[in-house]
Design a protein around this ligand. Structure first.
Ligand SMILES: Nc1ncnc2c1ncn2[C@@H]1O[C@H](COP(=O)(O)OP(=O)(O)OP(=O)(O)O)[C@@H](O)[C@H]1O
Ligand SMILES: [Mg+2]
Length: 362
């Protein structure tokens, strides 16, 4: 509201100044014409007073017959001595004054219009910056409350598990179950801390990637292997990748990207999850598709998922924990190694596929 009021005030001021300057130019123009008219009258009087046989006009004036000549409005009759003649400013002089007036008018109106346009552009830019700032602030607040909560929950969970285990009276099969739960909690904690650190390094341009030949299958097996440790036995995590595919990438960066894609596929799927990793390669690119049969996304949900701190608001997502950093990191790291990361989904409830495209090593 305040912003709109300032824009309106500035626009009104801009238009007011333009009108004021235009009036000034108009007045100066009228004054110049009046000056010429008076000079002509004075000249005519002087001629009548002089004792000359025929009147002589100067450079800027001309003598014209009173009848038969089209009137310009500046004619001053030369009086009783030459009743058929009149003196008037030359057409050239009037033309020059009119020309100067037109140029001044264009200048003033043009400058006014430019001023109004500049005010509008500046205001639009300020408004845009304000929107961006508000969005970042909202995301930051969201992020801080999520991160604090996300840090507290696994720490509290692990503490409770350790306390329970330390009482010793736990049956052995329960102990294994508790240990698995503890591992899952610590993995969640590590995921969050890693993401916050990587995002910070990316933002400060401190993330160094070294593109080198990377054998894809061992890398995928390593990432998938670490996930299998915490994957429920009833779920499915299938990897299909040919041997001998070598990509141009940074193994650490691609590991972080895949880790985040798998974390999402796991998190945004009903339990037990069904996740597939399919690799296809041709001459120009190697595509790694991480697919799930989870909650899926429609076009509106997908719009900003790669933005920092962005979390979709569709039903259920807010109850699933996350900081909104995963895909931001994943896309930035993918770009850093010259690849591309895209999302596909047939809609809500129909699963999602995230496709990571890398260049083959040559
Ligand atoms: N596999 C998926 N299925 C459905 N929605 C997804 C999937 N992956 C990501 N999304 C949507 O994209 C949003 C952003 O994902 P992102 O990984 O950046 O953040 P996050 O998972 O919420 O948090 P973080 O990964 O930092 O813990 C998610 O909040 C979710 O709405
Ligand atoms: Mg995520």
């Amino acid at each position: 509201m305040l912003f709109l009021a300032s824009v309106l005030t500035l626009l009104i001021l801009g238009s007011y100044w333009t009108i004021l300057f235009r009036q000034n130019v108009e007045e100066i123009h009228q004054a110049s014409l009046e000056h010429i008219r008076m000079e002509t009258q004075l000249e005519a009087l002087r001629m009548q007073a002089q004792d000359e046989a025929m009147p002589q006009a100067g450079d800027d004036r001309e003598i014209v017959p009173l009848s038969g000549t089209p009137r310009t409005g500046y004619e001053v009759p030369l009086g009783p001595r030459w009743p058929d003649l009149a003196l008037r400013p030359s057409a050239e002089l009037i033309g020059q004054i009119e020309q100067r007036y037109r140029i001044k008018l264009i200048q003033v109106v043009g400058e006014g219009a430019l001023l109004v346009i500049l005010i509008l552009i500046t205001m639009l830019m300020l408004y845009y910056m304000f929107l961006v700032e508000a969005r970042v602030r909202r995301s930051m607040e969201n992020f801080l409350s999520t991160v604090t909560h996300e840090l507290k929950t696994p720490i509290a969970g692990m503490k409770a598990l350790l306390q329970t285990l330390s009482t010793r009276s736990i049956p052995e099969e329960k102990q294994a179950e508790y240990l698995e739960m503890g591992l899952r909690e610590s993995a969640r904690l590590q995921h969050l801390v890693d993401n916050v650190l990587v995002a910070n390094r990316l933002d400060r341009k401190r993330m160094q990637v070294e593109v080198q030949p990377v054998e894809l299958r061992p890398l995928l097996e390593r990432v998938v292997g670490s996930w299998r440790r915490v994957f429920p036995a009833a779920g499915m995590l299938r990897l299909s990748c040919q041997d001998s595919i070598v990509v141009a990438a940074d193994p650490e960066a691609v590991g972080i990207v895949l880790d985040n894609l798998l974390d999402n596929a796991f998190k945004y799927s009903p339990q037990p999850p069904h996740i597939t990793i399919d690799v296809e390669s041709d001459e120009d690119s190697v595509s790694i598709a991480v697919g799930d049969q989870g909650i899926g996304m429609d076009a509106a949900d997908m719009e900003n998922i790669f933005d920092k701190f962005h979390r979709a608001t569709q039903n259920g997502v807010k109850t699933i924990k996350g900081s909104g950093l995963g895909l931001y990191i994943a896309r930035n790291l993918t770009r850093a190694v010259g690849g591309e990361l895209t999302a596909e989904s047939d809609g809500r409830g129909r699963g999602s596929t995230f496709r990571l495209r890398l260049k083959p090593w040559r």
